[in-house]
Design a protein around this ligand. Sequence first.
Ligand SMILES: Cc1cc2nc3c(=O)[nH]c(=O)nc-3n(C[C@H](O)[C@H](O)[C@H](O)COP(=O)(O)OP(=O)(O)OC[C@H]3O[C@@H](n4cnc5c(N)ncnc54)[C@H](O)[C@@H]3O)c2cc1C
Length: 407
Amino acid sequence: MSALPQRLSLTSLDTIPALFDTHHRPLVEHLTGVAETLLAEASHDSARVAADMGARHGLYPYLVPEKHGGAAVNAPDAATHVDVRALVLIRDVLGYASPLADAIFAVQGLGSYPIVLAGTDAQRERYLPAVIRGERIAGFGLTEPEAGSDVASMRCEARPDGDGWVLEGDKHFISNVPIAHHHVVFAKVAGDEETLRRIGAPEDPRRRITAFVVESDTPGLEQQSQQLSIHHPIGALRFRGCRIPGDARVGAIGQGFKLAMQTLDTFRISVGAAANGMATAALDDAIAFVKGREQFGKPLSAQQMIQGYLADMATELDAARLLVARAAHQKDTTGGRASTEVAMAKMFATEAAQRIVDKAVQLHGGRGVLTETRVENLYRDIRPLRIYEGTTEIQRIIIARALLEDR
Ligand SMILES: Cc1cc2nc3c(=O)[nH]c(=O)nc-3n(C[C@H](O)[C@H](O)[C@H](O)COP(=O)(O)OP(=O)(O)OC[C@H]3O[C@@H](n4cnc5c(N)ncnc54)[C@H](O)[C@@H]3O)c2cc1C
């Protein structure tokens, strides 16, 4: 593993200054130090240690707007928008230095942003300062065994019960499960016709998705870990007669689908940034390896076919970074309307990173599949990024829909 993040210079404002702001410069300088510390100290298998990293290095404040005590500035709407360009700078570095810390950081944001967007003052006061300090770790419970890409088909239900709600149903693939203190959970309000009319639930059941914030230790909520091929805390949420108070609802009844989509649309760009960080690490290691490895009487780096690989990897990586920076700039400066650019950035960066990491493995020869080699770890770490927060296929649907509507 290289000691210094040499190609992290690509994340600096020197490459694409027009798309960033002056206040991002000190963040980039801070992140260079963070990367060096993480490379030296980060635990690559302890989720709790990795979660502490986000707090120790002052990264969680960037998940919350300045108005609510966070560090996210420069947004058109200071109350609700986070600084997406700061997020992409952070996740690029975390993806490079610690994919585990990166995953936890991202979900800390997903599980907080619905509260930023639609929480009551009391919810914001209860959750956001603790999230910023890393005293609370958040989860985002959207996916279900029968409802993945088709979010609206979810079955999880919330029934009004006295002054509260009772949750029934199952979620799975919920990141941060073993370490999260609370989850923002999406469920459809349900009940008899009269109750639904009384609470003002929309007639169409698919429009009844509503968000709730649920403490992990609530009776009736069981959490079960799921094992992935990478170090990534994840698991299932099982709600059986799980009673939560009335003030656990986040936003209006029926606003949940929109809240989930707004949250994903904001954080999805940063998945592309994390992919760029991982691809940079792979390229770094590939360059170091081919310079040091001799075959046929000269370093591999002297072979033109090997040089061609490196050139392709670097070009794809720069293209991905530019797309991510463009989407983040657009998100920050246009009041958030950038779904097509976001989808392009997420899709291209994650797919390109997969190709780059694969080439890095190939360039390492047999050593590329040894478990102690960083590129082998990256080969597994990069894979879920093409799936979570909207698969590549879903991004293609978003892009194509916009194209067809435009013409
Ligand atoms: C590491 C990891 C972390 C995750 N963390 C979270 C989390 O914290 N919270 C959470 O709620 N979820 C989380 N997820 C779940 C993730 O968001 C879903 O896996 C993803 O949305 C896809 O859903 P699915 O797995 O049910 O696949 P499906 O939706 O069943 O899709 C299977 C395949 O079919 C394709 N497909 C589906 N519909 C179409 C279509 N209309 N056209 C073409 N192709 C289509 C998909 O792209 C995919 O390739 C996580 C997943 C992973 C792997």
